[in-house]
Design a binder for this molecule. Sequence first.
Ligand SMILES: O=C(O)CCC(=O)C(=O)O
Ligand SMILES: [Fe+2]
Length: 339
Amino acid sequence: MTHAPVSASLPVLDMSALDGDEASAQAFRDALRTATHDVGFFHLVGHGIPDEVTARAFATAERFFALPAEDKQGVEMLRSPHFRGYTRTGGELTGGRVDWREQIDLGAERAPVDDPAAPAYMRLEGPNPWPAAQPELRTVFLDWEQRCSAVARRLMRSWALSLGSPADVFDDTFGDRPSTLIKLVRYPGREDRGQGVGAHNDPGVLTLLMVEPGKAGLQVEHDGAWLDVPALPGAFVVNIGELLEFATDGYLRATRHRVVSPPPGETRLSIPFFFNPALDSTVPRITLPPALADHARGVTQDPDNVISGTFGDNLLKARLRAHPDVAAVHHADLVRSAP
Ligand SMILES: O=C(O)CCC(=O)C(=O)O
Ligand SMILES: [Fe+2]
């Protein structure tokens, strides 16, 4: 690949260029840096995940949402102090307003941390509730997690090089305990085409989003307007989160986005994968070469959303806000002490 074509206003990057010669790998890295400096979003093809694997992921998600309500309630997030499991439609907030989507959150499968002296964010680590009625959910999405993590680690190394840093500059941030999270999301249709998920930035580093083929609804803020971003079949929509903006002093941009509900009678499935640092790791603030540093905009300052270099702080804050019912049941001590 030499040039990034533009489709539906977002660049399309072909990751298979990394398997080519140094010139094509360099062109990919330049396109990666430019896309995430300018818009903060791009389409990613050539990522190596076969179409049939993606089709299986959507078929599995569809079967999960079609389970009887009791099966979904059996794995509801309200039972999980780690914010894992099923959230019914209307059970989640973004920007203080109700999102119209149902979802299951599947994080890195680990043992809970039971050290009372550990920072509060370590409560986010723990097991997932897997539905007994659908055993393949576990195998399909543990496999999806492995595949997406490999793509994400490769992208992180490409960003590092593209910013004039050693390829491994971000490696320790993720280490062997990255905070991965997969959401299976179903947006029901409705008349008013309102908030499927409200406008937000992703709080972490990197998001690889797969959208059901042919479905629109994702909108990305650019130059003060909302761009419609229909999915390209088999391609990820990739965006960066606030911590990569933080790491680059705003040279790379975490961009606000939202999903509007599909029309009545339609639904939209999506599978976002979040590749984020270990909860207790501090993201390095990298030194940019002068030519890039001149174009660093500084980190966006929002008094309602102060960014910490420690990922766990950001994630815990985001989870408590999005799921106040889970917070009230399992983390009343934290909610009471919140400013
Ligand atoms: O469902 C989508 O297309 C996007 C979801 C999203 O932005 C999120 O869950 O952070
Ligand atoms: Fe998002």
